[in-house]
Ligand binder design. Structure first.
Ligand code: AMP
Length: 397
């Protein structure tokens, strides 16, 4: 394990720091949500205060073919400067003459933002020469971009080899890893994983891996109906992945063999159409007639899930229980968020996976009532699938 950034002294160091400043911009290139920038500020401040300088590397958006003004990191430089209360320099390229000379002139306590890394295909290809050029700009490497930790890109993984004893996780990345490990490596039991969302196929690897660690797995959302169908249930027009029926049967068998309890929602709120003002009714989840579809878990399922959660000591949540974007089908997700918050109050550790589950927790106002809301969507999923994340491995190596 690498040393903690907070324990390091950066006197005379020029830190090349990979961050995730992939923030949303409006039509006037104004930042509409700067939380990703804010998340990196503590690490940058520590480096500056302990005598170092910071060279910031990030991607922004999905540029297709080289530089595009819409994806320039110049749009975010002022916000970085405002949040740090220091002057921030910008280099119109992430490698090349200007980047080299601005990096060389950078004084202790100062910050340089490099242009979008993804203006070069070499970045996502993990090109070693490109990584070396980035590395040559500084003397120390910090990775604080958990959102891209599952990518073996030049700036997220390949670059680390040029800093054998001079590399570290940023504070955000360290917190993400520490919290994920609380679930995966040293959970207080019982450990309950809640898995929801649309598709079995997206969550299959995570469920299979969780069978090795969890005591309970609660399955909700659209993916639950493929499970019901695989057990012979009637699910009407609910979401179903025919090619995953066998997988569901296998998972149920494996769970039984391993002594892991899989909990499916006994009842559902069904609708006669996929729309906010559809007609709704309650039904057992395995007896939904043809013209109806399950769009949320029902009242009985809510109280069943709640009792499991209130008896859990560690909770991992990834994926909503229903179509929570529509008020008519938000109740299940909201009730689960409330139960996770209540369990947390009673001493459980709760980790909310990024993406839709994080969005739901914010929507219902429980973000401060759970233990940790992860910022990583794909990266967190891959971690819980049991994969080694290149961005983590490169620092630990
Ligand atoms: P995912 O990205 O796989 O976590 O899926 C999240 C999406 O699944 C959300 O947009 C939900 O609206 C959707 N979802 C959840 N439950 C259902 C359901 N019963 N039927 C259709 N879509 C659902």
């Amino acid at each position: 394990m690498s040393p903690k950034l907070i324990d390091l002294n950066f006197q005379n160091e020029k830190v090349v720091m990979r961050v995730d400043f992939n923030v949303p911009l409006d039509a006037n290139f104004e930042i509409t949500d700067d939380s990703r920038i804010r998340a990196a500020i503590p690490s940058i401040q520590h480096i500056l205060k302990s005598g170092g300088a910071v060279i910031i590397m990030s991607h922004l958006g999905r540029p297709k073919n080289g530089p595009e003004d819409a994806f320039s990191l110049k749009h975010i430089t002022k916000r970085v400067s405002d949040l740090l209360s220091v002057h921030v320099e910008f280099a119109c390229d992430c490698i090349g003459e200007e980047a080299v000379s601005k990096a060389a002139q950078l004084q202790a306590g100062s910050v340089l933002v490099l242009e979008n890394l993804r203006f070069y295909k070499e970045e996502t290809k993990g090109d070693i020469d490109f990584a070396r050029k980035l590395a040559d700009l500084g003397t120390f490497y910090v990775n604080d971009a958990f959102g891209t930790a599952h990518r073996e890109h030049a700036s997220t993984a390949v670059i680390a080899q040029f800093f054998p004893n001079k590399k570290s996780f940023g504070m955000l990345m360290a917190a993400e890893i520490e919290n994920a490990e609380k679930v995966m490596k040293s959970p207080q039991r019982p450990l309950t994983a809640i898995v929801g969302g649309a598709k079995v196929s997206d969550k299959i690897l995570i469920v299979e891996n969780l069978l090795n660690v969890a005591d309970n797995i609660i399955v909700g959302g659209g993916m639950a109906y493929t499970f019901f169908k695989s057990q012979g249930g009637q699910i009407g027009g609910s979401l179903c992945e025919e090619d995953r029926l066998e997988t569901c049967v296998e998972i149920m068998k494996k769970a039984e063999a391993k002594g892991v309890k899989i909990h499916l929602p006994v009842d559902s709120i069904m609708a006669d159409a996929f729309k906010a003002d559809a007609q709704t009714a309650n039904a057992p989840s395995d007896a939904i007639s043809d013209n109806w579809m399950g769009l949320d878990i029902g009242a009985e399922a809510i109280s069943h899930f709640k009792s499991i959660l209130l008896n859990s000591k560690t909770i991992l949540w990834n994926g909503p229980m229903g179509v929570f974007e529509m008020e008519a089908f938000e109740k299940g997700t909201k009730a689960v968020a409330e139960a996770v918050a209540e369990a947390t109050k009673m001493g459980a550790f709760s980790l909310i996976g990024g993406g839709d589950s994080a969005a739901a927790v914010y929507k219902f106002g429980y973000e401060n009532s759970v233990s940790y809301v992860s910022t990583g969507g794909g990266a967190l999923l891959e971690y819980f699938e049991g994969k080694e994340l290149p961005g983590i491995a490169a620092i630990n190596r």
